[in-house]
Design a protein around this ligand. Sequence first.
Ligand SMILES: [Zn+2]
Length: 148
Amino acid sequence: MTELADAHDEELVHVSDTHRLYRLTPWLVRALVPARRVGSYLLYSPAAPPYVGRSDVCLRRRLLRHAYSRRAEFFSFNTHWSQVHAYTMECAVFHALRPQLSNLIHPDAPDHLKIHCPFCRDQWALPRLSRPLGHPIERFVPNPRSNP
Ligand SMILES: [Zn+2]
């Protein structure tokens, strides 16, 4: 019976990945967000800029905290299979919506993981500069070393 419950719980994780907006209330967070899952989220309020965040331990607990503090009126969320995926998603949203977000500081990577944001310009430069000249990517990205 426990195995069936676990399998059903796994299905709920897939179903719960969504980009819909839900009202940020404790009962709805408990109803929609699985417990003890890594995840990323967006908080919305009509009168305030959106906020992007993530939880590396329990997305439900993080969203409940926001619901009880009435930080926003609506939320959307995604569960992820790893902290790396959650961090990457948070960074993607941060860079895509940066002018509109209330987040002032770039998302911080989990302490125990040595990863960097794949969307920061300085991270793009590292692999490009390590490639030999003439690589196909050079056709699309100007090489600062080729300018006189
Ligand atoms: Zn970045």
